[in-house]
Ligand binder design. Sequence first.
Ligand code: FES
Length: 115
Amino acid sequence: MLAPTDNHPLPLCRLAALDDPGSKGFVVQGRQLFAVRQGSQVFVYENRCPHRGIPLEWVADQFLDSSGKLIQCASHGALFLPESGECVAGPCSGASLTPVASHIEAGQVWLDSDQ
Ligand code: FES
């Protein structure tokens, strides 16, 4: 689990390190995660497709479709809404990515501590 013993948020990355729109993969305390930026918002999910339970990307840091507006699993093309993680097309339609609570403060993306 991510829960740090000191109950403080964990720094993930600078907001400026994410393209807009853009995405980036991370390994945090042994967990595979990815972040998606859409304008001033950032959404963080576990990097595990609900279809087969495998990582979504084939190319490092590429989690978005060609429009930059949807998260895409490279294996079988499932598409997910960045803001909710809901699968809207593909073999796991109706299922959802697992969200990781985060927030932005002072130009930094933080993972919340209570998870
Ligand atoms: S593993 Fe993601 S769509 Fe099949």
